[in-house]
Write a protein that binds this ligand. Structure first.
Ligand code: TYD
Length: 201
């Protein structure tokens, strides 16, 4: 059975949330049984962790941050994504483990491999088959952001390192990570992303 698990990734403000929703809607219209999720969050435990991670004014050390993202993801994998995939459903995710590899592993400097290992431990093989990287200039992304959170307020220096890390990941795993130019208009980005999904499904 084909496992259908696609995640949307990109710097803050790249448009993942709306593009993921647009693609999910089109796939559902084609008859796929689609579940949409977002990270961090998607479970009661995960939403509580999200408040700790993104609340303004909180103090979260770098490894605590990485482990909290991994904890929220582990809960989502065991409670929601794993069972959905096992039931043959398609899962469209707004962010995934690749956010942790780029933000915590790359941008925060914890090491992509170290962050990959802690996440692997918590995910039991629930890993996106396809990752659509919406590539956008970090400054353009931050300009598009409406609400600031603890991570986006770190600004352009952090987002530039995130963008670099995503590019490294895309080069290292070209069969899994597909780059889509997020500066094209919304409809064009949704269409290009949907085409990549349909090529595999
Ligand atoms: P998100 O809600 O997707 O915000 P945005 O729409 O602004 O991109 O993600 C919230 C923030 O959390 C965002 O700055 C990226 C960050 N993040 C990580 O640093 N690591 C992770 O593993 C995840 C899932 C998100």
């Amino acid at each position: 059975m084909t496992r259908r698990y696609v995640a949307f990734e990109g710097v803050d403000g790249a448009g993942k949330t709306s593009v993921a929703a647009g693609v999910a809607q089109r796939l559902a219209a084609r008859g796929f049984d689609v579940l949409t999720v977002r990270e961090p969050g998607g479970t009661a435990t995960g939403e509580a962790i999200r408040d700790i991670l993104l609340g303004l004014g909180g103090v979260v050390a770098d490894w605590a941050e990485a482990l909290l993202f991994a904890a929220a993801r582990s809960q989502l994998a065991s409670e929601v994504v794993g069972p959905a995939l096992a039931a043959g459903r398609a899962v469209v995710s707004d962010r995934s483990v690749y956010s942790s590899l780029a933000y915590q592993g790359g941008a925060r400097g914890l090491g992509i491999e170290a962050v990959r290992r802690v996440n692997e431990a918590g995910l039991g093989g629930v890993w996106p088959e396809l990752v659509i990287l919406l590539r956008l200039d970090p400054a353009a992304g931050l300009a598009r952001e409406d609400g600031a959170d603890r991570i986006s307020t770190a600004g352009i220096p952090l987002q530039s390192r995130v963008a670099e890390a995503y590019d490294l990941l895309a080069a290292a795993e070209p069969e899994r990570l597909v780059v889509v130019d997020a500066s094209a208009g919304f409809e064009a980005v949704v269409a290009a992303s949907e085409a990549e999904v349909l090529r595999r499904w």
